[in-house]
Design a protein around this ligand. Sequence first.
Ligand SMILES: Nc1ncnc2c1ncn2[C@@H]1O[C@H](COP(=O)(O)OP(=O)(O)OP(=O)(O)O)[C@@H](O)[C@H]1O
Length: 328
Amino acid sequence: MKPVTGQKTLLSVRHLSVGYESEGKLLPAVEDVHFDLREGEVLGLVGESGCGKTTLMLSLLRLLPVAGRITRGEVRFGGQDLLDLSETEMSQVRWRDIAMIFQGAMNALNPVLPVEQQISEAIRRHDASVSAAQATRRVEELLEMVGITANRKDQYPFQFSGGMRQRVMIAMALACRPQVLIADEPTTALDVMIQAQILELLLELRERLGLAVILVTHDLGVVAEICDTVLVMYGGMTAEYSDVDRVYNHAVHPYTQNLLKAFPDLSQPNARLISIPGYPPRLDALPSGCRFSPRCPAAFERCHQETPGLYTVEEGHTARCFLVEGKV
Ligand SMILES: Nc1ncnc2c1ncn2[C@@H]1O[C@H](COP(=O)(O)OP(=O)(O)OP(=O)(O)O)[C@@H](O)[C@H]1O
């Protein structure tokens, strides 16, 4: 695969922390997460269920559920901190600059409207100056871009297969020409062949449009296949963050190492996370020290007492683990 990643950083996230209010307490779902996303980059966000992937993505767009609170951090995009914008300004950023395909969204298309109407509504909601005829032309262009012939625009969602509905969702997300696309588990529930086609489409789009993509997934096989960089999360925190090659071949965090061991053959599509002994922590019962320490085969006394910082392994490679601390 030819790297198309540009040098320009589009999105820069620093110290991002998010909690959910519950019974008068704030439960920390995401804590002190950092990452950068460059033009044309595909970043894989990976970790077991409940580690905070969706919460992190929803906070970038400030679309958290009512109980959600961003408690700290910066989300810099185009020279501004999105966390400082008014709600009106933020609504301009959504779709136009950063678009998200939500988990399960392909099943959330309106069943009683033809796809053209659904996509053109998205276009005209964000740009009132677009005429109905212009919107139709744009819908045709978008459908072709995602590999659907334009003459299917009058069809209803039930007339499309799962993979085709996911293509429609991608077309809709691209309606306002965003620079960043967040795709939350876009291939879950699709069969293996179709998954591969959707991933191929995302790669094509980044090449054609310079689109940067954040791909949220449980699937390390998918990450190995299409991502440039990987952020491995555990218990709401970054476990390890680097380019794909270093994460797959030189992982330093015992959690990443165990995840990789749980995937004997990454070249196999549909390789799902299988178990590392034990369970991820509950937000209301976090262990003291490193959140992975109760399951970590390499844990020593300090790991159970103190939370490790985010240490630099080498430039562009960080890990939250005491094992790295002494090696820098
Ligand atoms: N609306 C909410 N109120 C309270 N807690 C929540 C809410 N949404 C998520 N959580 C909790 O926040 C933590 C992170 O959840 P999140 O959905 O972000 O994880 P995830 O990694 O995306 O999981 P999955 O892979 O299953 O989608 C979990 O412990 C979850 O129970």
